[in-house]
Design a protein around this ligand. Structure first.
Ligand code: AMP
Length: 177
């Protein structure tokens, strides 16, 4: 999607993991929260994201990945974008059954381990259960928030990767048209 549409992918998870690795104040605060599978505070996430959004490589457009995850983040994003004279073109909801998601993520950890690559500290069955519970409690309500704004597009993410990729690209193309 980045290459095809000239967008920059901004993953708040990646930004937070970089802050943890660097040992910044925000990273220190986020580390234990992430290892538990809970959500990092809105304040930290919004600060980290708004700083990144101000960098020049975001000027042509952005794909927010894993953000917003709470109502407060969604509202802060509206304000941030309005200040920049921008707005959301689309919100893509990747729809997957929880059990399949758990299999995929444990599979990702297993593959990384087998390849001698680093395994995410939160890709364990226990932490995943907490991550899913945070999703259902705090993030799933945003589906109706964005439905009301008429920007939500559901994508069936139970299909094979190339199919999901094609559907996501079609959704983005439609949203940018
Ligand atoms: P992810 O890389 O999207 O799977 O996120 C990994 C972890 O980072 C999550 O379980 C949260 O602890 C934290 N995180 C990432 N994005 C957010 C966000 N938008 N709000 C709060 N916490 C977040």
């Amino acid at each position: 999607l980045e290459a095809r549409f000239g967008l920059k992918q901004l993953s708040t998870g990646d930004l937070l993991r970089a802050a943890v690795a660097k040992g910044t104040d925000a990273g220190k605060e986020a580390k234990a929260v992430m290892e538990r599978g809970d959500l990092v505070s809105d304040e930290i996430v919004i600060n980290i994201l708004s700083d990144r959004l101000a960098e020049p490589d975001c000027a042509e457009g952005v794909i927010f990945d894993g953000f917003p995850r709470t109502q407060a983040q969604a509202e802060a994003l509206d304000v941030l974008l309005a200040d920049m004279g921008q707005s959301l073109n689309a919100v893509l909801e990747l729809q997957v059954d929880d059990a399949i998601l758990v299999d995929r993520i444990l599979g990702r950890a297993e593959e990384a381990r087998a390849a001698g690559k680093p395994v995410r500290a939160d890709d364990t069955a226990e932490t995943l259960a907490q991550r899913l519970s945070a999703y259902h409690a705090d993030t799933a309500p945003l589906i109706s928030f964005y439905e009301h704004k008429d920007v939500l597009q559901g994508v069936d993410a139970m299909q094979p990767i190339d199919q999901v990729q094609a559907n996501l690209a079609a959704s983005v193309e439609h949203a940018l048209a």
